[in-house]
Design a protein. Structure first.
Length: 158
């Protein structure tokens, strides 16, 4: 008697999605597609004001403690680098310079992570030697951490 192979469908875990993306990752991609459509409809003139209202709305949707972190980070980032334009990016608060994302806040609940992170993308001027961090864990904010974030953001846009 031969063992008949089972179909891939019957052996695939139920919580996985096609392509190996998690449910959270697929939701983030859908949010990004919607952000691109919305930005195209608005045009460049309305980008800063509308982007800020989008970021504040996204922060308001977050559960605690991500909401408090997001509110405080928004104040620190916009105060340290007023030239950055707030906007959402994959459903997360982000801050852009010349249309390119410089930094972003990834709430812990977004991907069911242990802690929230502050991340920096390639346009951030944080180069330091042969290797440097591009994201920082944020289990909480202290005055010293807030000061360091302000310094990093200023350096990133310099």
């Amino acid at each position: 008697m031969k063992d008949t192979p089972k179909s891939a469908k019957s052996t695939t875990a139920k919580n996985k999605t096609s392509g190996g993306f998690t449910v959270e990752e697929r939701a983030a991609m859908k949010e990004h597609a919607q952000e691109l459509k919305t930005a195209a409809r608005r045009g460049p003139r309305a980008a800063k004001a509308d982007g800020e209202s989008d970021v504040l709305a996204k922060i308001a949707e977050m559960p605690e403690p991500d909401r408090s972190l997001g509110e405080r980070l928004h104040a620190i980032i916009t105060g340290s680098a007023p030239a950055l334009t707030p906007r959402t990016w994959y459903g997360m608060p982000a801050y852009a310079k010349d249309g390119k994302i410089v930094c972003f806040f990834q709430p812990a609940q977004k991907f069911k992570a242990r802690y929230a992170t502050l991340g920096f993308n390639d346009p951030a001027n944080l180069d330091d030697g042969e290797m440097w961090p591009t994201s920082y864990a944020l289990p909480g904010l202290t005055p010293a951490v807030e000061k360091r974030i302000g310094e990093l953001v200023k350096q990133a846009v310099s």
